[in-house]
Every structure is written in C-alpha cells, then in structure tokens.
Design a protein around this ligand. Structure first.
Ligand SMILES: Cc1cc2nc3c(=O)[nH]c(=O)nc-3n(C[C@H](O)[C@H](O)[C@H](O)COP(=O)(O)OP(=O)(O)OC[C@H]3O[C@@H](n4cnc5c(N)ncnc54)[C@H](O)[C@@H]3O)c2cc1C
Length: 415
C-alpha cells in the first residue's frame, strides 16, 4: 500500500509524538511510523516549564502533570570529597515567582499518553512498523516499512533515536563519544516524604540524583533514582543482592529519605554523547536523540528535544499559523537548522563540561567548581537567572515556550 503524505515522522518516542501532534494541529497531513516503546521501566523525565508550555499548546499539559510529581526545590550537594567543597545549594521555585520548576514523569507513561492523544487526531496516520529503507530525491522522500507498505512524503522528521536510521540514510554524519560511566535507574519506596525536593549529589563518578515520583500502587512515598557511576561499579552493583543494593542507595542519599526499598528491578544505561554535524539536510530535519545525546545531568535531554519539536512546528506553522505549501523545501529545513544550532550546541557542551569537571580530580578544577557553587549560593540575581534559564530558556526559545513575565519581576523577589 502507498501512503502519500506531507510529513513523515519517523519514531514515536516523546520527541516524535509531540512533533507529529503539533504539525497535525498546524494543519499538515502527518504519518507517524515506528514501534512505540511503552514497556514500563524505571526511567523518568523531569520536564520543566518551557516543555510544559509546549505540552499545553498540544492540549496535553494537565494530563502530563497529573501523571507526574511536582518539583519545587532542586538541591545540589557536593559529595566529591574535594577539599574545596561547599555546603549544599538549594534552588526554590518560589524564588522565581512560581510554585514548581516542573514535573517528573515516568518515560513510558509520557509516551503512552502522547500516543493516546495522537490516535485521536484525524490527520495523523499511525503505522507501528519499523521503517527499513529510505529513498531521497529532490521533491520527496520514500520510506519502505517492514511488511511492505510505502510512504511518500515532502518532509521527513527523523525522531528515531540515537541510532537514527533516517539520519544515516540521509548521510548526515555525527560526532560520537563514550563516557566511562553507566547510569543505574530505580524506582524507590522510602519512609520519609521527599517534600518535592530533587537532590543531585555530585560524586567523583558522576551525579546521583533522587527525584520525586508519584505514588506507585501501594507505595506512598516514592522517588526515582538516576545514579551515574563507573562501569565497574555498575557491574558490581547490578549483581548485588537486592537488600545490599538498597543499603548502598540509602547511603548514597545520606539517608535523607530513610532506608529505601526498590519498587521494581533497576535498569542500566551506558553513557554516550552524540552530536549530529547538521540538524537538517535535503527533505529531512533531525529532532530529539536523533540529533543530540548526552548524560542525564540537570535533566536536559528531552527538554531540549521538545524545543526541537516546538521550533519545527513554529517554522512550519509560521507566526500567522498558515501551513507552507511544500514543508520539505530548502528554506524550511535551513530555517529549522539555523534556529536550533546554538541551543543544541551549547546544551551538549554545557552538560559534557559539567560531567567532565566531576570526573576530573585536579585541584584547579575542584576550585573552579567550588567557586561556581559559591557564586550560585550567594549572588541572588545570578541564581535566579540560572534557575529561569534551566527551567525555561528564553534567548532564542520557541515562542510557545517563552515566559510572559519579565525577569525584572523575579529579581524583586526575596533570596
Ligand atoms: C537515565 C536517563 C534519565 C533521563 N532523564 C531525563 C530527564 O529527567 N529530563 C529530560 O529532559 N531528559 C532525560 N533523559 C533524556 C531523555 O530520556 C531522552 O532525551 C528522550 O527519551 C529521547 O526521546 P526521543 O523521542 O528523542 O528518542 P527515543 O525515546 O529513543 O525514541 C525513538 C523512537 O524511534 C523508534 N525507532 C527506532 N528506529 C526506528 C525505525 N527504523 N523506524 C521507525 N521508528 C524507529 C523507536 O522505536 C522509538 O519509538 C534521560 C535519559 C536517561 C538515559
């Protein structure tokens, strides 16, 4: 069967789903192809205000917030043992005039909710098969699906994850690198309330972060854990008896939540980096992890992927909300690339830099990190600016994510 469409979105992960919904709402005929992964894991995503505004524009904000847990305080604690280390620094959402920075949502729940929404939209056709082959020409892309169907589209949105067969087929090269780290993720039950505080302990092997999670079944007080460590430590911890692993997690969290219990088996993710050399090419744009991958520090990955999707919708819908006749024309793919380049490059660099300062044991690096923490703790306008940028970057952000309030309003709030 041949499906003729305006836009093909390859990959129904969270980035591809939001792009498909936004583009369909802007009036385009969209085919969304690929198998959605809704299997429950212990991976969550913390979504900040900018992402929530984008979800609001897709009529999904309330639904996603109800499935998540609010994050009101973000605490960073230096647990590196460095002689220069500073006391923990806490960032309160109320310092920038809001109740919460964002919500922490299980990844599989987010994908399921977005998929349910996509199914209700008339001009989205969903095909759950893998795309096996692409054929690019001047005026269209033809994709062949597993099972024999063919899709002909004017624009291909590659949202098919880090390995991105679409990006490879378009000949867009990448820079890739490995980190000597593995992230273990877990859902934890604990006796004390998290009080909506997310705590990131910076250790010599990477951050160990406890993030508030909604109650899981009969488990009332829950958090998700993202713990970066050396490969050897990950191998050792993955073979520990459950009670011993629970003891090590409780200790890593300095028993702030009490003695933790695992709610489900842990998952592990090797840490890698990837940066596509271009974010678009003839008849293709890259979004989400097809374009950029970096370690989960400061919860930036999908928030950046949502900015890709929101910018793509903005470029294609235009400020006047008028659809473009040929959504894959060069002006459009070039405009997308130009809008995304700085944000993607600076986030990838920033997260990589922070991760490497933790892995580096040199005293000048420790001193630099301590100086940064001191400045964040003591200089009110700086901390508020950083909170605002982390929660909802303003410079060059998609219009739908921009803050209606002026920073000057926030600067007037108490420290
Ligand atoms: C431990 C951990 C914690 C994280 N925490 C956060 C956080 O708190 N906040 C945050 O913002 N980010 C976080 N991230 C990053 C975030 O999880 C990712 O950025 C995000 O899930 C990537 O979504 P995506 O849609 O780009 O790609 P994916 O989720 O990888 O989706 C790709 C989709 O493409 C499909 N696909 C693959 N091949 C094909 C094909 N040939 N044809 C069709 N479809 C195909 C796949 O089936 C899948 O559905 C974290 C990451 C990790 C590892």
């Amino acid at each position: 069967m041949l499906l003729d469409t305006e836009i093909l979105v390859a990959g129904p992960g969270a980035a591809g789903l939001t792009a498909a919904i936004g583009l369909a709402q802007a009036g385009y005929r969209v085919v969304l192809a690929g198998p959605a992964d809704t299997r429950p894991t212990t991976r969550t995503v913390a979504l900040f205000e900018g992402s929530l505004r984008f979800l609001g524009s897709l009529e999904m904000r309330d639904t996603v917030e109800q499935a998540g847990e609010p994050l009101a305080v973000m605490r960073i604690s230096d647990d590196t043992g460095s002689p220069f280390r500073r006391p923990p620094v806490s960032f309160h959402a109320r310092e920038i005039g809001t109740d919460v920075f964002g919500y922490n949502v299980p990844n599989s729940v987010l994908v399921s909710l977005l998929l349910d929404k996509a199914r209700t939209i008339e001009n989205i056709t969903i095909r759950p098969q893998l795309i096996e082959q692409y054929d690019f020409s001047d005026d269209r892309v033809i994709a062949s699906l597993d099972g024999g169907d063919t899709i002909k589209a004017r624009l291909l949105v590659a949202a098919d994850g880090a390995a991105s067969p679409a990006r490879r087929a378009a000949g867009i090269s990448t820079q890739t690198w490995d980190y000597p780290q593995v992230a273990l993720t877990a859902f934890l039950d604990h006796p004390f309330s998290h009080e909506n505080v997310s705590t990131e302990f910076h250790t010599r092997q990477g951050p160990c972060t406890f993030v508030p999670l909604p109650p899981q079944g009969e488990h009332r007080h829950c958090s998700s854990l993202v713990w970066l460590m050396s490969r050897r430590e990950a191998e050792r911890r993955l073979t520990l008896p459950v009670e011993d692993l629970e003891d090590e997690i409780s200790l890593a969290g300095q028993y702030a939540l009490g003695q933790v219990k695992l709610v489900r088996p842990v998952n592990s993710y090797p840490m890698r980096g990837l940066a596509a050399r271009r974010l678009s090419g003839p008849r293709i744009v890259l979004i989400g992890e097809a374009a950029h991958v970096f370690p989960p520090i400061g919860a930036q990955g999908l928030n950046l992927g949502f900015r890709d999707a929101a910018h793509l919708v903005e470029v294609l819908a235009g400020e006047a909300g008028v659809s473009v006749e040929d959504p894959g024309e060069k002006d459009i793919t070039d405009a997308y690339d130009a809008k995304r380049r700085l944000d993607v490059g600076s986030r990838t660099f920033g997260v990589d830099f922070l991760n490497r300062t933790l892995l580096n044991h040199l005293p000048p690096v420790d001193l630099l990190r301590a100086a940064g923490t001191t400045a964040l703790a003591g200089i009110g306008p700086l901390r508020r600016r950083i909170m605002q940028e982390g929660m909802s970057p303003q410079a060059g952000a998609p219009l739908v994510m921009r803050n209606k309030r002026r920073m000057a309003d926030c600067d007037a709030l108490p420290n």
